[in-house]
Ligand binder design. Structure first.
Ligand code: HEM
Length: 400
């Protein structure tokens, strides 16, 4: 293991499929705040234990806004253009969250549940008609969250290629050209600007209209720019994440031989989903950096003002100081303070929606296909590129 002052190359090669980088366990044990060298912009710190990860995510001395347009240590060539909710600090961030959080509240998401269940039922009917061999990604796990998020924002499903391309580029590995991402962002922004204007002129019964109407006592409504940027973020973050989580969770339940156990005890589903969120990492070793705005003691290391820190949430989810037997996928785990949705001010805005979609998706599949199994050998499953920020199978052939 490298000493803290000797930089390790980061991000780590993620290993295959859904494996957690082995470096994390070593670092948690020996060097929880480790010096790392990034492909661009120099060196920073990688933080791997849950306590310190929570500090980096929750302490205002670690800034996301300071990453904007700055030549900081990073994995990709381009600089963070900013303008999105994940690039703001309080109090600007708090104002935006206040305005949008109602639309994503538990109560509001509950109103969408019947529609999510209906959609899951329709997709299952389609699988039956095409089966008994189907690709779960194409026939179920991708269309479900995409249709939900499109309907929430009132975006016609026929236009979805626009944001699919953008989010694929955004969440892809290091090999994508900055110009290609910029172009995709420009087209999506232009599209959403028109879309917001149409909604403003003629409000609909959907989440975008709710966001347009949202009003803050002190600061007034969301600006046009804020609405468009939120639309871009929600469209991109709202489907790649959940879609891959559903596919990864089905894959895990099938390959670990625990599908039938869950079929027999469906009342365990909610607890099981939390454990799958903890144990099956959607991302690899990479996370969004924060910049220290002053010198901060982190563990036994002093992070200097201006230095970049990478909070490894995937690693924190395997921290033995927090989870008993963390390597075990224990679908009955009752104490499960995982960080799959982050922590602190940037805690996932869509967590409630994602949970509802995942529970509905798995619940429907378990009920409808108790005999579900992989349709090909495990080794023949094709995965997204290994460096992608979000991991998952490109196709998941299943049969019943
Ligand atoms: C399984 C599904 C999902 C996972 C694992 C996930 C994970 C995360 C994580 C870890 C963060 C915090 C990142 C950080 O602080 O560096 C985050 C933030 C965010 N997520 Fe999710 N997410 C999921 C689904 C969704 C969905 C469905 C939506 C939208 C509808 C969404 C919208 C957002 C937004 C807007 C933020 C930024 C919040 C802020 O800056 O205040 N996510 N998500």
């Amino acid at each position: 293991m490298t000493k803290p002052d000797q930089a390790m190359t980061y991000p780590f090669p993620d290993g295959r499929q859904l494996e957690v980088p082995t470096e994390f366990a070593e670092l948690r044990a020996k060097c929880p705040v480790q010096r790392v060298a990034l492909p661009y912009g120099g060196e920073g710190w990688l933080v791997t234990r849950q306590t310190e990860v929570r500090t980096v995510l929750g302490d205002p001395r670690f800034s996301r806004a300071a990453t904007v347009q700055a030549d900081i240590p990073r994995t990709k060539e381009w600089l963070n253009p900013g303008g999105d909710i994940l690039s703001l600090d309080p109090p600007e961030h708090s104002r935006l969250r206040r305005l949008v959080s109602g639309a994503f509240s538990r109560r509001n998401v509950e109103l969408w549940r019947p529609r999510i269940e209906e959609l899951a039922g329709e997709l299952v009917a389609g699988m039956r008609a095409a089966g008994p061999h189907v690709d779960l990604v194409e026939s179920f796990s991708m269309p479900l969250p995409i249709t939900v998020i499109c309907e929430m924002l009132g975006v016609p499903a026929a236009d979805r290629h626009l944001f699919e391309r953008f989010s694929e580029l955004l969440f892809s590995g290091t090999g994508v050209a900055a110009e290609e991402v910029r172009q995709a962002a420009v087209s999506l922004t232009a599209y959403l600007t028109e879309h917001v204007a149409r909604h403003r002129a003629k409000p609909q019964d959907d989440l975008l209209s709710q966001l347009i109407a949202a009003r803050d006592e002190d600061e007034g409504r969301l600006t046009e720019e804020e609405l468009v940027s939120l639309g871009v973020t929600i469209l991109a973050a709202g489907h790649e994440t959940t879609a891959n989580a559903i596919a990864n969770f089905v894959y895990t339940l099938l390959t670990e031989g625990i599908w039938s156990g869950l079929v027999e005890r469906p009342e365990r589903l909610d607890t099981a989903v939390e454990e799958l969120l903890r144990h099956v990492p959607l991302g690899g070793s990479e996370s969004l950096p924060r910049i220290a705005t002053e010198d901060v003691e982190l563990g036994d290391t002093t992070v200097r003002k201006g230095e970049a820190v990478f909070p490894a949430m995937v690693s924190a989810n395997f921290d033995g100081a927090v989870f008993t037997n963390p390597q075990l996928l224990d679908l009955d785990r009752s104490h499960n303070p995982h960080l799959a949705f982050g922590y602190g001010p940037h805690f996932c805005l869509g967590a409630q929606l994602a949970r509802t979609e995942i529970r509905t998706a798995l619940g429907t599949l378990l009920r409808e296909f108790p005999e579900l199994h992989l349709g090909v050998r495990q080794a023949d499953i094709v995965w997204r590129e290994e460096t992608a920020l979000i991991r998952g199978p490109r196709r998941l052939p299943v049969a019943w």
